[in-house]
Write a protein that binds this ligand. Structure first.
Ligand SMILES: Nc1nc2c(c(=O)[nH]1)N[C@H]1C(S)=C(S)[C@@H](COP(=O)(O)O)O[C@H]1N2
Ligand SMILES: [Mo]
Length: 333
């Protein structure tokens, strides 16, 4: 697909962050195709902490939800301003501050989410349905980005298996594929390879059906008790806490049950670096950096970012290891 490149006339105050990145990339002669998730995440993190001109996330509407004891946690939570201010959402730029600065252009109401494919009862949900059709629960999950930083986040959502039960997968259904909204006029990264990191859009992800049916797998509509802000993937995104963060596809418009394993965005971009499974694993390093430890983003400042050991399946091994019995986790990374 040919997209109209941005001209200088398109550069508004909101896109200054992105312009800066584009110019730097051009000066360095880096082609967008050579970009991957950043191994320079630490420098990036320090940079982000220094910024004091970050706009506040727009307040989402408060949600009604229960707090089942099973999903609460004694772990210290990552503060809300970091959860909603330090983001990866390449449709809005590559820097961690870009999504919060630029995702305000995303129109989330009205919204249409289609659930189709190998199902007996296809379903279409609208914006209102997303927060009303299923009882919402708060779940405090660890979140681990493949770039080796981590957070603890109080999400609000409902388990994906409830939605799948409603559409009734056929016996042919073996995988679940997910697709982000494709709207280049709202998402500058979908118009410009330099802004969007050279990824193919729309962003797509996938799970095996048994992974999708697992009780931990959440369709997330809120964070910190309120509707998701756009930078976190409003109005609905996926959360799979035992996998690297890039599996958690944002702003979903399509969920399709399939016979074949669906393509996934980061695997398409760099198949030797990002696998389909993407299970968090301290013993399987990224080809360009170690995954043995991670930087936990807590309440401290830039100099107080704690390093901690990475946990197998991000600490959820008791619950999910059985899904992978007999699978070589090095080969199927
Ligand atoms: N559509 C889309 N979904 C996405 C991404 C993206 O760039 N585009 N980034 C992923 C990555 S790499 C991570 S770590 C998480 C970050 O989620 P958060 O910003 O809510 O913490 O979103 C994931 N989902
Ligand atoms: Mo990530």
């Amino acid at each position: 697909m040919k997209l109209k490149p941005l001209t200088e006339a398109d550069v508004t105050a909101e896109s200054v962050f992105m312009l800066k990145r584009r110019q730097i990339l051009k000066m360095l002669g880096i082609s967008a195709g050579a970009l991957t998730l950043s191994p320079l995440a630490h420098a990036d993190l320090l940079d982000w902490f220094k910024g004091n001109d970050r706009p506040k996330a727009p307040p989402g509407k408060p949600l009604t939800f229960t707090q089942p004891a099973q999903w609460q946690s004694p772990l210290p939570k990552t503060p809300e301003d970091k959860v909603t201010g330090y983001n990866n959402f390449y449709e809005f730029g590559l820097d961690k501050a870009d999504p919060a600065a630029n995702a305000g252009s995303l129109k989330i109401d009205p919204w249409t989410l289609k659930i189709e494919g190998e199902v007996a009862k296809p379903l279409t949900l609208d914006y209102h349905d997303l927060t009303t059709r299923f009882p919402l629960e708060e779940r405090i999950y660890r979140m681990r980005c493949v770039e080796a930083w981590s957070m603890v986040v109080p999400w609000v959502g409902f388990p994906l298996h409830k939605l799948l039960a409603m559409v009734q997968p056929t016996s042919n259904a073996k995988y679940v594929s997910f697709q982000t909204l494709y709207a280049p006029e709202e998402m500058p990264g979908q118009q410009d390879r330099f802004i969007g990191g050279g990824l193919e859009y729309p962003y797509v992800e996938g799970l095996r059906l048994d992974e999708a049916m697992h009780p931990l797998t959440l369709l997330t509509v809120g964070v910190y008790g309120k509707a998701l802000p756009p930078q976190n993937g409003a109005p609905i995104r996926l959360t799979v806490p035992w996998k690297y963060g890039f599996k958690g596809i944002k702003s979903i418009v399509s969920i399709k049950l399939t016979r074949e394993r669906p393509p996934t965005t980061w695997n398409l971009a760099a198949p030797n670096e990002y696998g389909f499974y993407a299970n968090v694993n301290p013993h399987v390093d990224h080809p360009r950096w170690s995954q043995a430890s991670e930087r936990f983003i807590g309440s401290g400042g830039a100099l107080d970012v704690k390093r901690q050991p990475t946990l197998l399946f991000n600490g959820y091994a008791d619950q999910v290891a059985s899904l992978y019995r007999g699978l070589d986790l090095r080969e199927f990374f």
